[in-house]
Design a protein around this ligand. Structure first.
Ligand SMILES: *Cc1c(COP(=O)(O)O)cnc(C)c1O
Length: 420
C-alpha cells in the first residue's frame, strides 16, 4: 500500500471546495469574452431576488433567462442585422418554430413561399395543422399571388431570399409592402443574407429601419446561426431578431415557457467566429461565383441558379436589393445547377460521389465545400415554370481554393457526366 492512501475528505473540506473564498482579481481584459455557464444564479438577498428583472436584460435571474455570454451574443447579432432585440434558440429550425408558436393561434393562417426551407413547410403541415393553424404556399416570385392569398385569418407571412435550393430571389421590398398594406406580420428567414448581403430592417437603404420616413423593414428576422455566424459546421443555433419591444416580449415569453435556452459553450463558439463573418462571407461568395461561372461554360449545365448571375431567377431583384452600387453586391456561397435532363439520376449521384474535395452533406457556411442533389419535383406543389427539366445539384462553397474546387468538379464531370 502506498503511504499516500487518500485520507477521508472531511465534510468541512468538501464544503471549502465549494465555498472556496478565492476570487480572481478584476481587470482581466482579452480579445474574447469570458464564458459564463449557469442554471442557478445567486442573489445576494431575497429582496434582491424579488427585485431583479430579466425581460429587459437589466439583471440575471436564471440561466434560461440569460447570462453575460448570451446577452453579449444577442447584442452583437442585433448589431449585425440592424435589429434591437434578439432571442437565441438551439437551432435555426427552432427559430422558425419559435416565431410560429409565439405569434400564431388556433384559427390563424400562415403563408409560406413555395420554395421555403423544407422543414418550415413540414412544421406547418405537422404541428401547426394539429394546433388548428392553417397554412398556404404562395408563389415567391409573384407579389400579386401573395396579396391574393392574404385573408382575414392570415396572421403571419414568411419570406425567404433567395428560396432554399432553387435560389429564386423575390422582390423582397414589394413583398413586405404587400404585408404592410394588409397589416400582416412578416418574418424573414435571413440565413442566406446573414445581415451582410442586405439589411432586413432597412430594405430601401434609406434609414436605420427605426421608422425613418420611407424606410421599409421586416417585422422579424430569423437566422440559422448554424451557417455563417458559426462558420465551422460544428454548432447548431438560431436567433430571432425584432425592432418592436412588444413583439419581442411576446417571442421572449414563449421562448422562456418553451425552455429554448442555448448552451454557453455553443454561444461562445459563435462569438468566436462572429468577428470574421464578413471576410468569410465575401470569400465564400467569390469562390461560389468562380464555380458558377465555370458551370456556365459546361454543356452538362442546363441552368444556373445563382442570384448574382444574369438570367438566374430573380437576378434583377437581387441587384436592386443587394447590389445598389453595381459590382459591390454580396451573394453568399450557395448556388444550384440543373444538370441536363439527358443524364439520369444515377449519373448525377455518381458525379456527386466522385467529387473528392466536396463532401456530401446538409447545411452550409463551414470551411468545407458541400454538395447535395435534390429532387425538386417532390419539394414543390408543381414543377416551377422557370426551371428547366433536369436534376438539381446544390453546391455550398467552403474556404478552399476556387481553382482546386473547379479541378475537382471537372474530373468528376468528365468521369460521370460524359457529353458523347
Ligand atoms: C439551415 C437552415 C435553417 C435551419 O437551421 P438549423 O440550425 O440547421 O436548424 C433554416 N433556414 C434556412 C434557410 C437554412 O438554410
Amino acid at each position: 500500500m502506498p503511504n499516500d492512501t487518500p485520507k477521508t475528505i472531511s465534510v468541512t473540506s468538501v464544503t471549502d471546495l465549494i465555498h472556496h473564498p478565492y476570487t480572481p482579481p478584476a481587470g482581466f481584459d482579452a480579445p474574447q469574452p469570458g464564458v459564463f455557464k449557469a442554471s442557478t444564479v445567486y442573489f445576494p438577498t431575497v429582496a434582491d431576488m424579488r427585485r431583479r428583472e430579466w425581460k429587459d436584460k437589466s439583471a440575471y435571474t436564471y440561466g434560461l433567462h440569460g447570462t453575460p455570454t448570451t446577452y453579449l451574443l444577442e447584442e452583437r447579432l442585433c448589431c449585425l442585422e440592424g435589429g434591437l432585440q434578439c432571442v437565441l434558440v438551439p437551432s435555426g429550425l427552432a427559430a422558425l418554430a419559435l416565431v410560429a408558436l409565439a405569434v400564431l393561434k388556433t384559427g390563424d393562417e400562415v403563408l409560406i413561399p413555395d420554395n421555403a426551407y423544407g422543414p418550415n413547410k413540414a412544421l406547418a403541415h405537422g404541428e401547426l395543422r394539429h394546433f388548428g393553424i392553417t397554412h398556404r404556399f404562395y408563389d415567391p416570385m409573384d407579389p400579386d399571388d401573395l396579396s391574393r392569398q392574404i385573408t382575414a385569418s392570415t396572421r403571419l407571412v414568411w419570406l425567404e431570399a433567395p428560396g432554399s435550393v432553387s435560389m429564386e430571389f423575390p422582390d423582397l421590398p414589394e413583398m413586405v409592402r404587400r404585408c404592410r398594406e394588409r397589416g400582416v406580420l412578416c418574418a424573414l428567414d435571413n440565413t442566406w443574407g446573414a445581415g451582410l448581403a442586405f439589411k432586413p430592417f432597412d430594405l430601401l437603404g434609406d434609414g436605420d429601419g427605426a421608422g425613418a420616413e420611407g424606410s421599409l423593414a421586416v417585422d422579424i428576422s430569423a437566422h440559422a446561426l448554424t451557417k455563417y455566424p458559426s462558420g465551422g459546421g460544428d454548432v447548431l443555433m438560431g436567433s430571432v431578431i425584432t425592432r418592436d419591444p412588444a413583439l419581442h416580449l411576446q417571442i421572449k415569453l414563449c421562448h422562456m415557457r418553451m425552455g429554448l435556452g442555448v448552451a454557453a459553450n455553443d454561444a461562445e463558439t459563435v462569438l468566436r467566429s462572429l468577428p470574421s463573418i464578413g471576410l468569410r462571407y465575401a470569400a465564400h461568395d467569390q469562390t461560389a461565383r468562380a464555380l458558377a461561372a465555370w458551370w456556365q461554360t459546361q454543356p452538362q449545365c442546363a441552368q444556373l441558379m445563382h442570384p448574382a448571375f444574369l438570367g438566374a431567377p430573380g437576378h434583377a431583384h437581387w441587384q436592386a436589393l443587394c447590389d445598389r452600387v453595381p459590382g459591390t453586391g454580396l451573394a453568399a456561397g450557395l448556388f444550384s445547377v440543373m444538370i441536363d435532363a439527358r443524364f439520369i439520376q444515377a449519373q448525377v449521384d455518381a458525379f456527386c460521389d466522385g467529387l473528392k474535395l466536396f463532401k456530401i452533406g446538409y447545411s452550409w457556411g463551414g470551411p468545407v465545400s458541400l454538395v447535395v442533389p435534390y429532387d425538386i419535383a417532390s419539394m414543390r406543389q408543381a414543377w416551377p415554370g422557370h426551371l428547366k427539366p433536369g436534376t438539381l445539384v446544390r453546391f455550398s462553397t467552403g474556404l478552399e481554393s476556387a481553382q482546386d474546387l473547379i479541378l475537382d468538379l471537372h474530373q468528376s464531370a468528365q468521369a460521370h457526366l460524359p457529353m458523347t
